[in-house]
Design a protein around this ligand. Structure first.
Ligand code: ZN
Length: 82
């Protein structure tokens, strides 16, 4: 489920997406350089990797989950027995 709280217009016509408050650090995330049409398509049901292939994986995860990848790792540390 998208974790988009709001968007900010950039001077270059792209968007900075502000995500919901991260459950890990209690701060919202910021994902810059999102194409408006791509964001719209994703919110309408397209797969994020299809409409925003240029975004780093960590940014896409942040948009989807509202969690920073570092916070996710600290809340759910890798299995030490693995
Ligand atoms: Zn966080």
């Amino acid at each position: 489920m998208p974790a988009v709280a709001r968007t900010e217009d950039q001077a270059d016509g792209l968007l900075t997406v502000i995500t919901n408050t991260c459950p890990g650090c209690r701060h919202p995330g910021r994902v810059p350089n999102v194409k408006p049409a791509a964001l719209k398509a994703w919110l309408e049901g397209a797969h994020i990797q299809d409409v925003m292939p240029e975004l780093p994986v960590a940014d896409r995860e942040l948009l989807i989950s509202g969690m920073h990848s570092d916070c996710f790792d600290s809340l759910f540390p890798p299995d030490e027995d693995a």
